[in-house]
Design a protein. Structure first.
Length: 365
C-alpha cells in the first residue's frame, strides 16, 4: 500500500495518532538556560515548526543526569525545576495540534567535565577530550543503575509536563552508543562482551520507561545503524532492532545522516540503510528515518524504502513551513547557504545561528 506524507498514522502500543507523517528530528540549538531550563528562544523555535505543520516536534537532546551534559545551552530534564518550562512548551505545541516528544540522553564520555564538575563515565575507560584527566571513567554497577533510574525520572517529568512521549537517544556516540559499540565497550561483566550484554543498558532503559507508562504515552528509540570508529556494525544494529521489535515500543528511529546512501560495511549491495532494516526485520514498530531529505520527491522515496514517518533536520531549520509545503508535488526548496536574516525570520536566535555557522556552507554571512 502506498504511503502518503499527509496521512495520519496510529502509533502502537500507545494508540496515539500522528496528524501526518512528518517529524522534526531533535537538533542541537544551544538555546537553553545554563541550568537546563527551557528558554523563550527555544520555545519559539519549536513552536514555529508546530505552526508549520510538523506532525511530531522533537526537542533537542535533553540530559537526564546533571553529570550527562555535553554542551553549554543544553536542555535539561534532570530536575523538577525544568517542568514549568516544559509544560509551557507542551501547551504551545498542542495548541498547534502537533505531537511533542522529548529526546532523552546522557553524554557519557562526551559529557563536559568543565560543565558538570564530574569526570565523565562511559562503558569503559576511554580517551575523552572533555575529561580533565584525559580519560572517561568506567561506569560502576551502581552508576549504571542510577543512569537507568535517571531516564525513568526524566520521562516522568516529561509526562507531568504534558508531553506525548519520549525518544531514548541511543545514537550518535553518546552513553548508550558507547555501551553498544565493540570498540568503546571493553567490559567483561554482564554489561559488555556479547551484543545481548552490550545492548542491556538500552533494553533496560526502554523496559523501565515503558513499564512506567503502559498506555497513552509514546516510547521510542533512536539508533545509529553504523559507526565504524565505535564498533557499531549494521548486522548488530539489525539484531538490536529485532530485539526492540519484541518489546512494547512505539517507534524505532534510524539515524542515517543520508537516507539515500548504502551501508559502509556492504557498499556493493544496492540497499539503503532504511531498506536494510525494513527488509530484514519482521514486525518492526513504526519506523522513522532521518537524513538528507529535502524535497517532496525525497520524502516519497523514503516512504517507498519502508519508512513510516519522515524525519528532517536541516530543511526544518531553514523552512519552518516544510511540513505544510511538502504535500505539493514539485516542492523542492532551495538548499543552503542561508543568510542570517533568513534564519532570524525562521525564528532562530543569534546563538542558534552562530552554532549553525559550524556546519560547512549552512550560513552565508
Amino acid at each position: 500500500m502506498t504511503k502518503h506524507i499527509h496521512e495520519s498514522l496510529r502509533l502502537r502500543p500507545s494508540g496515539i495518532v500522528t496528524p501526518n507523517r512528518t517529524v522534526l528530528a531533535a537538533m542541537t540549538n544551544k538555546q537553553s538556560h545554563d541550568d537546563g531550563r527551557l528558554s523563550n528562544n527555544e520555545l519559539q523555535w519549536l513552536k514555529r515548526r508546530a505552526e508549520g505543520g510538523f506532525g511530531i516536534v522533537t526537542t533537542a537532546a535533553a540530559h537526564v543526569s546533571k553529570d550527562g551534559q555535553s554542551w553549554k545551552g543544553e536542555l535539561g530534564v534532570f530536575d523538577d525545576t525544568h517542568i514549568d518550562g516544559l509544560s509551557r512548551l507542551a501547551r504551545d505545541i498542542h495548541n498547534e495540534e502537533s505531537l511533542l516528544i522529548a529526546q532523552l540522553f546522557h553524554g557519557g564520555l562526551q559529557a563536559d567535565e568543565n560543565l558538570t564538575g564530574s569526570r565523565p563515565i562511559s562503558a569503559s575507560r576511554t580517551k575523552s577530550r572533555l575529561s580533565k584527566s584525559g580519560f572517561s571513567k568506567e561506569a560502576s554497577e551502581k552508576e549504571i543503575i542510577k543512569v537507568i533510574s535517571d531516564f525513568k525520572d526524566a520521562a516522568h517529568r516529561c509526562h507531568e509536563a504534558g508531553f506525548d512521549g519520549v525518544e531514548i537517544h541511543g545514537a550518535h556516540g553518546y552513553l548508550i552508543t558507547q555501551f553498544l559499540g565493540t570498540k568503546t565497550n571493553l567490559r567483561s561483566d554482564s554489561w559488555g562482551g556479547t551484543l545481548k550484554n552490550r545492548s542491556r543498558l538500552l533494553i533496560e532503559i526502554l523496559r523501565t520507561v515503558r513499564d512506567e507508562f503502559p498506555e497513552n504515552f509514546i516510547v521510542g528509540v533512536r539508533i545509529s545503524p553504523e559507526i565504524k570508529t565505535m564498533g557499531i556494525r549494521l548486522d548488530d544494529s539489525i539484531e538490536l532492532a529485532k530485539k526492540i521489535s519484541e518489546m512494547e515500543i512505539d517507534f524505532i528511529h534510524i539515524s542515517c545522516w543520508d537516507v539515500f546512501k548504502r551501508s559502509i560495511e556492504y557498499p556493493n549491495i544496492n540497499k539503503t540503510l532504511t531498506e536494510w532494516f525494513t527488509e530484514s526485520c519482521e514486525n518492526l514498530p513504526t519506523v522513522i528515518s532521518t537524513g538528507g531529505v529535502w524535497s517532496k520527491e525525497n520524502a516519497d522515496n523514503l516512504l517507498k524504502q519502508g519508512a513510516d514517518l519522515v524525519g528532517v533536520g536541516r530543511v526544518g531549520i531553514g523552512y519552518p513551513d516544510w511540513a505544510k509545503e511538502v504535500v505539493k508535488e514539485k516542492y523542492d526548496p532551495k538548499k543552503p547557504p542561508f543568510t542570517s536574516k533568513q534564519l532570524k525570520e525562521a525564528h532562530l536566535s543569534d546563538v542558534f545561528i552562530d552554532y549553525m555557522r559550524k556546519w560547512d556552507g549552512f550560513v552565508a554571512d
